[in-house]
Design a protein around this ligand. Sequence first.
Ligand SMILES: Nc1ncnc2c1ncn2[C@@H]1O[C@H](COP(=O)(O)OP(=O)(O)OP(=O)(O)O)[C@@H](O)[C@H]1O
Ligand SMILES: [Mg+2]
Length: 482
Amino acid sequence: MPRIANPSGSRSFGIAPLQITPKGLARTPDGGEIREGFLPKQMKARTLTEDHAFVLYGGARGPGKSFWLRWTLLWWLLKWFWQEGHRNVRVALFCETYVSLKDRQISKISAEFPRWLGEVKSTKADGLGFYIKEQFGGGAILLRNLDDPSKYQSAEFAGIAIDELTKNTFETFEILRGSLRWPGIHHRPFLAATNPGGIGHLWAKALFVDGSFTGFPQLLQRKDDFAFVKALPEDNPYLDAAYWDELNSLSEGLRRAWVNGDWDIFAGQVFTEWNPLEHICDPFKIPKHWIRRRCVDGGYAAPWCTLWLAEEPETGRIYVYREIYGSEVTDRRQAALVKKYSKGEAFKVSFGDPAMWAKKNVQGVVTSSADEYSRGGVALVPGDNNRINGKMKVHRALANLPDGKPGLIVFRTCANLIRTLPALPYDPIRVEDVDSKAEDHAYDALRYGFSEYVTKVAATAKDIAAQRRWERQQERLAQAFG
Ligand SMILES: Nc1ncnc2c1ncn2[C@@H]1O[C@H](COP(=O)(O)OP(=O)(O)OP(=O)(O)O)[C@@H](O)[C@H]1O
Ligand SMILES: [Mg+2]
């Protein structure tokens, strides 16, 4: 049982999986001992940070990964002080946005870390953090978000922890590990916690889970510095049965990822950022002033799909609030159904697959699907069929808006969009595109629905550059693994 003795000899700082309070910490009668109350798997992961530079605790939801991050950072700060005499050391704890940082870490740190040890506050010199009192070394866990990782390029930290690693690109990982430096401290740990899935799924899986460095020659010589601890539900006895019932009721793929900690399920999937807990909502009445659009991917033998989109003007968030999905329905009947379901609603615009304007001969009459829709009272305009732009817009829409909620949310009733979007794989030849042989009808309709969003969604040059970098990274990875 490792213990760290205070050089003064008057107190000791115990690090052990000891009796734990519900908050995960306890104080001895002499007031000098903190117990982080690690569960055995958390303890194993923490121990690995002592002889590995990069440690990922990842897999299932809920085993206590975020808990492990903050307590391990605290453990390191106190160890550096008590064992080596380092004062005022800075480590950083990152989440992808401020909102996630607040929910997953700041609120928990305030509740769990003992007041006599330090406090969460903001200082002029270092900003927001948990600041340990001088008598315990004056170290700090700086609390940061990754809205713009480039701002950490010249920062210095003795240790770094990232919560939900796979929500970040490989470039972010590179920038942050470049900031791991601190005078006199030679072992500077990088800790990460995550569930599978997200834009960083592939690179994180390659480096930590598979130990495959093919696409990362710069890291090959550091292969042995990477360690992975597979997070499993049974790691955390604090989770109640209702929680697991909820997870077990998820679709097969996500259940495997979130309950079994299975990393293979997302391999090759395009929209790995899809998270049913965030991107699906219960239906509600759309307020009158919201902007409505419709979008149609036509088809007869292959399914056709119409989606109804509503934009909340205050945030720009899009809700997909209705879908029709079916096959072997004539254009005329499709139009009648779309009209029927749209009763009493006004639409800014209705987009159709440009292929719906192709002329065809129906029983001696030259017409097109768009003509038939028009005759049926549904006037369509051709949607933007630039596939890569469309995919980029869907990625951007799935990301969070400044309020911490995604820019695209789907009503639970749109079962086919919910079923097919997260399952779409990459095209094996045009590696940056969605495989058009997959069941992509609802996705295609969705892309058309974003046709107008060139200015609103595709926003800043910085975003586009980040997206390009991400696309290139996906391409490299697809080549490396293909
Ligand atoms: N060692 C521990 N002692 C006491 N409570 C713990 C411990 N580890 C985790 N918990 C509690 O269990 C719950 C889940 O922990 P946490 O949020 O860290 O899990 P997670 O693996 O990060 O979950 P997710 O996959 O949803 O991000 C939290 O309420 C946390 O406070
Ligand atoms: Mg967590």
